[in-house]
Design a protein. Structure first.
Length: 466
């Protein structure tokens, strides 16, 4: 039999109707994750057509994108302050009840960012097809799932049919070897990969991250890697499931149990790409040569090692526009640039290990005067775990603003925004113009670099603090 890639195996197992030159494939979807921002239009489509949600048991809703992160608005009697957010929350509550979809509501202990809670629950499993109306659905590829973001209209299609029309992507092997140096994280690795292949280097492909470096990563680190696949333009990112994956999933509430677990693990083990499987493209990355990374421009591919200077590309109009927006110049050092806001959170770096990394830097130190350090756990479970481990106490003692879970300043829809012209070091995934607020200037980095920059009030190399 021909050697097949992991993507090929998952795709074929879900192909209801193969694609032709004229028509896309019909792909079956195992898990549909929804939230308050991209679902209202899709529910309205269903209602207008007199349709129901075909598989409510394969649909899971949470509130994250525009929900508040202050405790008074979640648990107190204080109304949601952002009017649009209040309407979206109310709409999803009504739609979930009307269409029989399970919703983790505002005060549910399981609520959190959609890409954090599904793995936490064990709902995300190897070999699945998973979609959500959010680009960073690629996160779930860390489990060997084929997971990607869809638009509001497609959310409606999946509601109605549990299927999706899709053109089959090509495959791209990202081979990573070498040990990451101390202070260099999975976030730095994915930023370096995007810097290497470019923000459209993955367009039309599903990336498979492979090699000894990837195999040595924890599941949380693998999620950070797959999360940002979309920032390289890829349809999705995948990592072969292995013992690390199975140890993470074992015992989680929605993971298979007893003999079903053994059967599942046996089938999951067979998902890895076969030896000799051919990919349409590949790149080799030496992880041992990497340093902490930070973005200087307005897309995640505009990235340098923290000790490096901003590239001098005066002739490149895209780079020039980005540097004008950021108020930077080619040839300048990134180190020492002043910082107004630091955001630690999001589906990229809002998990427990990320908060542990931040706490390692912040323990016994204080946030520089004039800097707002906002730390937002990825889920209520992460919040509880961080509080039980004493991390929240470290953050508060350092002067950080410790919140309830949500997307928060990743996209600023809930009122957690960066002011015009302000500089924010952020552990999120997008540094587009205005992503964190009108005129906000975002610099993407790891939790280590973000925390160190908060301590010094300027862009700082975290390694001397570790
Ligand atoms: S944290 Fe940001 S990227 Fe992640 S789901 Fe929320 S808005 Fe999307």
């Amino acid at each position: 039999m021909t050697a097949r890639t992991m993507f090929e195996k998952v795709w074929t197992a879900h192909e209801v109707v193969p694609e032709t030159s004229d028509t896309p494939a019909v792909l079956y979807i195992d898990l549909h994750l929804i939230h308050e921002v991209t679902s209202p239009q899709a529910f309205a489509m269903l209602g207008a057509s007199g349709l129901t949600v075909r598989r409510p048991d394969r649909t899971l809703a949470t509130l994250d994108h525009s929900t508040p992160t202050t405790s008074d608005q979640i648990f107190g009697k204080v109304p949601i302050r952002v009017d649009a957010a209040a309407k979206q929350v109310e709409k999803l509550e009504k739609n979930a009840a009307a269409f029989g979809v399970e919703l983790f509501g505002m005060r549910d202990a399981r609520r959190g960012i959609v890409h954090v809670i599904s793995p936490e629950l064990g709902a995300t499993q190897p070999g699945m097809t998973i979609v959500c109306g959010d680009s960073h659905t690629s996160t779930h590829g860390a489990f060997g799932a084929l997971a990607f973001g869809i638009g509001s209209t497609e959310v409606g299609h999946v509601f109605a049919t549990q299927c999706l029309l899709q053109r089959k992507p090509k495959t791209f092997a990202v081979n990573v070897e070498g040990r990451l140096a101390p202070g260099v994280t999975a976030k730095d690795l994915i930023l370096a990969i995007i810097g290497r292949i470019g923000v459209s280097g993955g367009t039309g492909y599903v990336l498979e991250y492979r090699g000894a470096t990837i195999e040595a990563l924890s599941m949380e680190e693998r999620m950070t890697i797959c999360n940002m696949s979309i920032e390289a333009g890829a349809r999705a990112g995948m990592i072969a499931p292995d013992d690390t994956t199975f140890a993470y999933l074992a015992g989680r509430p929605r993971a298979p149990k007893d003999s079903a677990w053994d059967t599942a693990v046996a089938s999951w083990r067979a998902l890895a790409s076969d030896p000799g499987a051919l990919f349409d493209a590949s790149v080799d990355i030496d992880a041992s040569a990497l340093e902490p990374m930070i973005t200087y421009g307005t897309n995640p591919g505009m990235v340098v090692a923290i000790n490096a200077a901003i590239p001098n590309k005066a002739d490149d109009p895209v780079d020039k526009k980005a540097l004008d927006y950021m108020g930077f110049h080619g040839g300048e050092s990134m180190l020492g640039k002043p910082v107004d806001v630091v955001f630690i959170g999001s589906c990229t770096n809002g998990r427990l290990e990320d908060l542990q990394a931040a706490a390692r830097i912040l323990r016994g130190r204080t946030v520089a005067k004039g800097v707002h350090l906002l730390i937002v756990p990825g889920s209520q479970q992460v919040k509880r775990e961080a509080e039980a481990a004493g991390l929240a106490d470290i953050f508060k003692a350092a002067g950080a603003d410790w919140r309830e879970s949500g997307c928060s300043m990743c996209l600023g829809m809930n009122g957690d925004t960066v002011g015009a012209g302000q500089y924010a070091v952020s552990t999120s995934n997008r540094n587009f113009e205005g992503r964190q607020g009108v005129g906000a200037r975002t610099l993407l980095a790891s939790p280590y670099t973000a925390a160190a920059s908060a301590v010094f009030g300027k862009i700082s190399d975290p390694r001397p603090l570790l």
